[in-house]
Design a protein around this ligand. Structure first.
Ligand code: PEP
Ligand code: MN
Length: 338
């Protein structure tokens, strides 16, 4: 349920409404827009039927939220959310934020080498996995804590925002201590305990779409995080499973405008895990940008042939540079920056 306040509602009126809502055992979430302030109310709404909130001073109207994902929906917040990632980087505004780096952190030298090459091309967000969700238990599982230390060291040295995956609710505190942005991988999109745990932090959360999840399920997972009080969620489309097996997954480009319509949260695209092939990354990145995404996350490696994971989909610096140049031309046509 959404309580829309009158334009001239006073702070006292708002405080009074919030207090009454809390007394009813419901949770209010205030959203201040340019035009209006609205209070989203979460909890069993039947209680509100016997309390005529419309009659309270300062209230213009009370509306039901039709979407099952409430806090995430545009009904709850009409304006697009802009999320601060740290070090002056904000996502959800005009600028398309490119995140890049290796699939996995392999050692300090290679991470630094990759970070330097992408930073030179204007990238301000460095990705790299320390805890890797591998299909096989025999594949490289990531460097764990050591990897987190390398990521933080390189991020600090180069003044870059860092993003890395957390796989286990027990590791959230540890990983949050080393990185600016916490990534929830596709395989963990419905790990509800993990979602609640990252929801209890105020870190920006990059929530990947599960490989077999509908848009609705994905947004419900985001709702878990917001419902814990963390509104700093970035949604990431990374390809879904279809019958097509030429590509690793099928990039659902239509999810970008669909989610932008349904939700106020920023949406980014990961063409690397969608395609699984380096030679599809450039066209898919351009399609994603044209479709209205707020950012990209791309795997880059200086020696992909030796990479410990996902080498086949990683761009070498020369190809990444070319892509960045082409994107700079493209964004002008859609009145955005990069
Ligand atoms: C990754 O970003 O390296 C990764 C494992 O991605 P996903 O969870 O989308 O497969
Ligand atoms: Mn990868």
């Amino acid at each position: 349920m959404i309580i829309v306040l009158q334009r001239n509602a006073t702070q006292e009126q708002m405080d009074y409404i919030i207090e009454r809502v809390k007394k009813l055992g419901l949770t209010p979430h205030v959203s201040r827009g340019v035009e209006r302030t609205i209070i989203g109310v979460i909890g069993p709404e039947d209680i509100l039927r016997v309390t005529p909130l419309e009659a309270f001073p300062g209230v213009e109207k009370v509306l039901p939220v039709l979407a099952p994902y409430r806090l995430v929906s545009r009904e709850f917040k009409a304006e697009s959310s802009i999320i601060e990632l740290g070090k002056g980087v904000r996502i959800g505004d005009r600028e398309i934020i490119v995140m890049a780096g290796p699939c996995a952190i392999e050692n300090l030298e290679i991470l630094r080498e990759i970070a330097l090459t992408i930073k030179e091309k204007g990238v301000r967000v460095l990705r790299g996995g320390a805890f890797k969700p591998r299909t096989s238990p025999y594949s490289f599982q990531g460097l764990g804590k050591k990897g987190l230390e390398y990521l933080k060291q390189v991020g600090d040295e180069l003044g870059m925002v860092t993003v890395t995956e957390v796989m286990d609710p027990r590791d959230v505190e540890l990983v949050a201590g080393y990185t600016d942005v916490l990534q929830i991988g596709a395989r963990n999109m419905q790990n509800f305990n993990l979602l609640r745990e990252v929801g209890a932090t105020q870190k920006p959360i990059l929530l990947k779409r599960g490989m077999s999840s509908t848009i609705k399920e994905w947004l419900m997972s985001a709702e878990y995080i917001l419902s814990e009080g963390n509104f700093n969620v970035i949604l990431c489309e990374r390809g879904i499973r279809t019958f097509e097996d030429f590509t690793r997954n099928t990039l659902d480009v239509s999810a970008v405008p669909a989610v932008k319509q349904l939700s106020h949260l920023p949406v980014i695209v990961d063409p690397s895990h969608a395609a699984g092939k380096w030679n599809l990354i450039s066209p898919l990145s351009k399609a994603a940008v044209a479709a209205g995404c707020d950012g990209l996350i791309i795997e880059v490696h200086t020696h992909p042939e030796e990479a410990l994971s996902d080498g086949a989909q990683s761009l070498i610096p020369e190809r990444f540079t070319k892509l960045m140049e082409e994107l700079r031309v493209l964004v002008k046509a859609i009145d955005r920056d990069i």
